[in-house]
Design a protein around this ligand. Sequence first.
Ligand SMILES: C[S@@+](CC[C@H](N)C(=O)[O-])C[C@H]1O[C@@H](n2cnc3c(N)ncnc32)[C@H](O)[C@@H]1O
Length: 262
Amino acid sequence: MLESYPILLSIVTSLLFIVLLLAVLIRNNGWAAILWNEIVLQKITNFIMAQSKEERILNFVLQNAVRGDPQSVLDTIDKYCSQKEWAMNVGDEKGLILDKILEETKPSVLLELGTYCGYSAVRIARLLNPSARFLTIEFNPAFAAIARQMIEFAGVQDKVKILEGPSETIIPQLKKKHEVDTLDFVFLDHWKDRYMPDTILLLDHGLLRKGSVILADNVIVPGAPEFIKYIRNNNRFECTNYPAHVEYMKVKDAMEKAVFVG
Ligand SMILES: C[S@@+](CC[C@H](N)C(=O)[O-])C[C@H]1O[C@@H](n2cnc3c(N)ncnc32)[C@H](O)[C@@H]1O
């Protein structure tokens, strides 16, 4: 029995060291904190509360925002996600870049890839003129259901249509099934490995016209290196980079605007 003490002691010391290392990492690194929250804490909270984070965000909005006031919905989501639980909305800082580009572009036909809880959909819809058409694609039915309620609460349900399914299936159907001719504005904010193939799909299906604007979020974190290389080396696009930070964090991120020049 006594002989096993040194082994036991080294196991306990190693475990303590690992826990300490993790604690330091989580405390000093925003991304480690997010991963810890998303992978461990959130699962425990969801289990205890029998509710997903997205349901908690929606409930916070229903209880604290003003019905029919999109800005109040955005402010309330930003408040929850900066103070209580981080979530992957475009957020207030990059949201201002999105607003500015929309105000400059004045698009009439818009597509968003990646609806999530509907934050950016509400953000975009509130700036559109009444005749604009705005489609947003989401493949997670639970997120689409939350977004539907968020959009309805914000009072912009007549300006946004959620299409449920994978972008790679829906993009080829846009012309025939959804009567889209060409798109004036595309917001890329779904999984980053789809940015490049979906841009190629948009081109192959004749959905971009001279002057169409593509705006891509998160080109640094998590990053979309394939897309960035493709779009910046393609003389059919003129690119501009907009430095910013990851939503609700101090970590550097950026958005990339690519204008299709034909
Ligand atoms: C970063 S979130 C979108 C955030 C949202 N645009 C906002 O700012 O409020 C990404 C979303 O894209 C969805 N998604 C990822 N890949 C997709 C795909 N290929 N087709 C449709 N939805 C996708 C995910 O389920 C997730 O809800």
